[in-house]
Design a protein around this ligand. Structure first.
Ligand SMILES: [Zn+2]
Length: 364
């Protein structure tokens, strides 16, 4: 089909290494032989010798290597981080669907949490010759984390950023699962404009916080001559988790929207949609756009329009790893995806080459 690909490789959590170098090499060899890979996004195990071996191996194959770095989620390694505080004053819940993938969210608004990411990078990754950094979990929690969590952080710093917004009114609307928390419409860039002025201002400030956070990290990594990529929710939900895809696109080298149509876990389109709308009586304002299925072919075409004017490279992310009960992709579905995303010269194969079904290689 003439596509080339970005390939994701999950080497493990910060402390739990999943595969040896030889295992990764053996699997990668078979993939690289068959399809054209531009970039590998690998992470986020901290083993320096493994990372150096992998970077050197892929460089010899002429492939750029980016560090996959989750930033606003706490995985295994908890340090002095300001955690997200919900509107009811409790701390964000951990969500765990996949083994070694349990996470909760940190607040994007504090300088401390920006410094934290830089310190992790400097301690574990700075002396590995990566070509770039791919930042992941750059968002507020979605409703997959819980209803209160879905509205993000209300710590002291965030409350200051919400100056001018009536948070007591917002709290009442949230408590009542008010329909206004859903009502609005998308513009041409996929930015959602809520009908209620206070709610709209609240979501605009949230998106500002995430953009500012990404800008700080992108500036830092760019100053070290690293390419910066960003993991983005599918456009129908990106703004709802704080991602203004237009503004984010202005500060990074590429985005990878997670067009996960067959994943029953966080970031999976149907999974997220159901967890969102179940909190409200009438989800029809969304249905005007997607019917009842934001992952339908028709919906994907509409979301591709949102992605079509962005001032950065877009590498749509599609699933290549069938996992029982979690990801139901198969060769036919892959084929359909390739047709839907045919206009993109580079496609991201997600989320883990080690779990890739090699039958897919005949289709790519
Ligand atoms: Zn906060």
């Amino acid at each position: 089909m003439g596509h080339s690909y970005t390939l994701q490789l999950h080497t493990g959590s910060f402390v739990h290494q999943m595969h040896t170098f030889d295992e990764i090499k053996e699997k990668s060899e078979r993939i690289i032989e068959k399809i054209k890979i531009n970039d590998i996004i690998l992470g986020w195990n901290t083993d320096k010798s493994l990372n150096k071996q992998l970077v050197s191996y892929f460089h010899k194959k002429g492939i750029r290597v980016l560090l996959w770095l989750p930033v606003l989620s706490e995985t295994d390694q908890v340090r002095d981080t300001t955690m997200l505080t919900t509107i009811n004053g409790t701390q964000g819940e951990r969500v765990s669907v996949i083994e070694h993938e349990s996470f909760s969210f940190a607040c994007p608004a504090t300088q401390q949490n920006i410094d934290y990411v830089m310190s992790i990078y400097e301690e574990y990754f700075a002396d590995v010759p990566f070509d770039g950094v791919f930042i992941d979990k750059i968002r507020f929690p979605s409703f997959a984390n819980g209803y209160d969590e879905g509205f993000g952080c209300f710590c002291k710093t965030c409350q200051e950023k919400f100056a001018g917004i009536d948070l007591n009114e917002l709290k009442t609307l949230i408590h009542n699962h008010d329909q206004l928390l859903l009502t609005g419409q998308y513009d041409d860039n996929g930015i959602y404009h809520f009908k209620h002025q206070g709610i709209d201002a609240f979501y605009a400030k949230r998106a500002r916080m995430i953009t500012d956070y990404i800008t700080a990290l992108a500036t830092y990594f760019s100053s070290r001559d690293l390419i910066v990529g960003a993991d983005i929710y599918a456009p129908f939900l990106a703004y709802h988790v704080g991602q203004n895809i237009k503004e984010i696109s202005e500060v990074v080298d590429f985005i990878k929207p997670m067009m996960y149509r067959y994943t029953e876990a966080p970031a999976g389109m149907r999974y997220e949609y159901q967890d969102y709308v179940k909190n409200f009586e009438d989800p029809s304002c969304f249905a005007d756009y997607w019917g009842d299925d934001p992952a339908s072919d028709d919906s994907i075409r509409k979301q591709n329009v949102f992605l079509s004017h962005l001032p950065t490279h877009v590498f749509p992310g599609i699933e290549i790893n069938p996992i029982d009960g979690i990801c139901s992709t198969d060769p036919l579905k892959l084929k359909q995806n390739l047709e839907l995303f045919n206009d993109y010269p580079i496609i991201s194969l997600c989320w883990d080459l080690m779990q890739m079904d090699e039958l897919f290689l005949n289709i790519l």
